[in-house]
Design a protein around this ligand. Structure first.
Ligand code: NAD
Ligand code: UDP
Length: 316
C-alpha cells in the first residue's frame, strides 16, 4: 500500500512510519513541522519507500501518484499553556488543522479512492463525568475554554469523518487516542512525562500542577501504534478507544519517575499552575478494541518509562 501520513514528523507519526515501512508499505509524510521535527524521521531519509513533503495540510493537499490509505495525525497535541508548542499558544492553527486539515485529508482520500484513519483523542470526552470512558459517552466539554481549540476541532474532525463515511461511502476509522508517551517526544513539549523526565534527569524537583490527585492512564507508543495498525486493517467505522487502562495519579507518576531516575530532588506542588478545564480523571475502557481488534497494551509503565528515559538521557 502507498500510505500518506499527515503529521508523520511528529512523535506518534514517526513511530507509525517506522511500523508501516516495517510492514512493507510505501510512506509519504506531509508535515509543516510546527510541533514536529525532521530529527524524528532523519533515520528514514534516503529510503526509496519513504518520502517527505513539507506542507501545511490546512491548505489544499496535492499528492502525485496513487494513495491507498490516508492516516491523519497532523495537529498540535500538548495542552500546556506554558510551552510554545502547546495548543493554547497555537489556537488558530489547531482549530484549522482539526477542521480544514481534516477536510483536506478526507478530500485526498476521496480523490484517490483511499481509506482514512483519523487520530482523534480522549479529549472529545472533555473533563469526563463517566468513568472509565466508553466510546458511547458523549463527553463533558467546555466549548470556549482553553482546551476548546483542540477538543472542538477534534469533535468536528470526527463528525466530518463520519459524514464522509455516511454520505460518500468512504472507508474511515476513528481512533480515540489516550495519553501516549515514549522516545522522540519533544523535550520542551510541556506534557507531563517529558516535563518530569527532563526535570528528574537534571536533578530538579518535579512540577506537579495542583495537588497531583488528578489521574491519567499512560500508553507506551509501540502499543499505541500497534492498535492504530490493527484498526486500519479492520472494518470498524465507529470510534475506538486506544490507550492503556492502567490509571495512576500524577503524584504517583512523579514518585515513579523519581524512583526510576534516582532523583533525590522530590516534587513541588504548584497549585496555581493547574489550568482551568484540566480533566480530573481519565481512563479508557478498551473493551471495544479488545473485542474487535484483539488489541491490548503489552508494555507496562515502568518498562515504557525506562525506554523513554534512555532516549531523553541521550538527547538532554
Ligand atoms: P506531535 O506534535 O509530536 O505531532 C503532530 C505532528 O503534526 C507534528 O509533526 C506537527 O508538525 C504536525 N502538524 C501540525 N499541524 C500541521 C499542519 N497544519 N500541517 C501539517 N502538519 C502539521 O504530537 P503527537 O503526540 O505525535 O500527536 C499526533 C496525533 O495524535 C495528533 O493528532 C494528536 O491530536 C493525537 N493524539 C495524541 C495523543 C498523545 O498522547 N500523544 C493523545 C491523543 C491524541
Ligand atoms: N502536569 C503536571 N506537571 C507538569 C505537566 C503536567 O502536574 O509539569 C499535569 C497536568 O496538569 C495534567 C496532567 O499532568 O493534570 C497531564 O497533563 P498533560 O499535559 O500531559 O496532558 P493531558 O493529559 O492533560 O492532556
Amino acid at each position: 500500500m502507498r500510505i500518506l501520513v499527515t503529521g508523520g514528523a511528529g512523535f506518534i507519526g514517526s513511530h507509525l512510519c517506522g511500523r508501516l515501512l516495517h510492514e512493507k508499505h510505501d510512506v509519504i509524510v506531509v508535515d509543516n513541522l510546527i510541533t514536529g521535527s525532521l530529527d524524528n524521521i532523519a533515520h528514514l531519509a534516503g529510503r526509496e519507500d519513504f518520502h517527505f513533503i513539507k506542507h501545511d495540510v490546512s491548505n489544499f493537499i496535492y499528492i502525485p501518484g496513487k494513495v491507498d490509505i490516508v492516516m491523519h495525525l497532523a495537529s498540535p497535541a500538548s495542552p500546556n499553556p506554558n510551552s510554545p508548542f502547546g495548543y493554547p499558544q497555537l489556537p488558530i492553527q489547531t482549530l484549522k488543522v482539526g477542521a480544514l486539515g481534516t477536510h483536506n485529508a478526507l478530500g485526498v482520500a476521496r480523490a484517490h479512492n483511499a481509506s482514512l484513519l483519523l487520530a482523534s483523542t480522549s479529549e472529545v470526552y472533555g473533563d469526563p463525568k463517566e468513568h472509565p470512558q466508553q466510546e458511547s459517552y458523549w463527553g463533558h466539554v467546555d466549548p470556549v475554554g482553553l482546551r476548546s481549540v483542540y477538543d472542538e476541532a477534534k469533535r468536528f474532525a470526527e463528525a466530518i469523518t463520519m459524514a464522509y463515511h455516511r454520505y460518500h461511502g468512504l472507508q474511515t476509522h476513528i481512533a480515540r487516542i489516550f495519553n501516549t508517551y515514549g522516545p522522540r517526544m519533544r523535550l520542551d513539549d510541556g506534557r507531563v512525562i517529558p516535563n518530569f523526565l527532563c526535570q528528574s534527569l537534571r536533578g530538579e524537583p518535579l512540577t506537579i500542577y495542583g495537588d497531583g490527585n488528578q489521574t491519567r492512564s499512560f500508553c507506551y507508543v509501540d502499543d499505541l501504534v500497534d492498535g492504530l495498525y490493527k484498526l486500519l486493517l479492520s472494518e470498524e467505522r465507529e470510534p475506538v478507544n486506544l490507550g492503556n487502562p492502567n490509571e495512576i495519579s500524577i503524584q504517583q507518576l512523579a514518585l515513579t519517575v523519581n524512583h526510576l531516575t534516582q532523583n533525590p530532588a522530590g516534587i513541588q506542588l504548584l497549585h496555581d499552575q493547574r489550568a482551568p478545564g484540566d480533566p480530573q480523571q481519565r481512563q479508557p475502557d478498551i473493551t471495544r478494541a479488545k473485542d474487535i481488534l484483539g488489541w491490548e497494551p503489552q508494555i507496562d509503565l515502568e518498562q515504557g518509562l525506562m525506554k523513554t528515559i534512555e532516549d531523553f538521557r541521550r538527547r538532554l
